[in-house]
Design a protein around this ligand. Structure first.
Ligand SMILES: [Zn+2]
Length: 249
């Protein structure tokens, strides 16, 4: 058992005993880390203000038999503007929940860490919330190898039949042409503009997604398809979406 250093983003906090807390982080090299912050709830704690949810920190951690123990924490970026707005809190919580559900302890992934950092920075800097969330979902699908097949029908493999759009089947992981749409009664229609938007949001840096203009129909199509697509790739339904809907994003 030894010490290790890592940067990390605070995902979750649970009170432990009178003054401690178990903090779950996401780190580039070790994936999810659960560690105890001793005395963190005391007013005089040396961790005071450093281990808030969404914060990015540098940690020195002592490996423990059951749980690791945080030895030092240095705040790198607090993402404090997110906490000033309920809609941004809901959106950032959704990003954390997605990462939480798709990662394991010990499963490091630098690309996923940069994606989470980028998504939080977008929300912290006042970036457009709806596009930020959809872009995060599309980039996450791409990064994890779940990006839906959108160029040809997932059933008959005809590309010509979906040139104007198609029926997106989360279960089959792609689009179905009109002829094959009945193969999945949960499929949702995605028009050509929505398909182009999904590609744009997956490939474009967060700093440039704000120039995308969507109609209400496309917004609806994107909101429903990307989230259900990711949900169908994880075992359980997320808590986030309902919370999100009640806060207008
Ligand atoms: Zn087909």
């Amino acid at each position: 058992m030894g010490l290790y250093k890592t940067s990390a983003i605070v995902m979750k906090r649970n009170d432990l005993g009178e003054s401690d807390r178990i903090v779950t982080f996401f780190s580039p090299g070790r994936g999810k880390i659960r560690a105890t912050a001793k005395g963190v709830r005391k007013l005089t704690s040396r961790f005071s203000g450093k281990l808030e949810t969404f914060s990015c920190v540098n940690l020195l951690v002592a490996e423990g038999r059951n749980l690791d123990v945080i030895s030092q924490a240095e705040l790198r970026r607090s993402f404090s503007h997110i906490r000033e707005d309920l809609a941004r809190i809901a959106a950032a919580s959704y990003l954390l929940e997605l990462i939480y559900n798709f990662t394991e302890e010990g499963g490091g992934d630098g690309g996923l860490y940069r994606l989470l950092f980028g998504g939080l920075a977008h929300l912290d800097e006042g970036g457009e919330i709806f596009l930020g969330l959809r872009s995060f979902e599309a980039k996450l699908s791409l990064h994890l190898g779940y990006f839906p097949a959108l160029h040809r029908c997932a059933s008959c493999l005809e590309s010509r039949r979906i040139s104007g759009g198609g029926y997106f089947s989360p279960a089959l992981g792609g689009l179905l042409c009109a002829k094959c749409a009945s193969r999945d009664d949960r499929s949702l229609f995605l028009g050509r503009a929505s398909l182009e938007a999904i590609h744009f949001l997956a490939k474009t840096p967060f700093s440039r997604i704000g120039r995308l203009r969507l109609g209400l129909v496309e917004e609806d199509q994107l909101r429903n398809s990307l989230r259900i697509h990711l949900e169908s790739r994880m075992e359980k339904r997320m808590m986030g979406p309902d919370f999100l809907e009640s806060h207008v994003c």
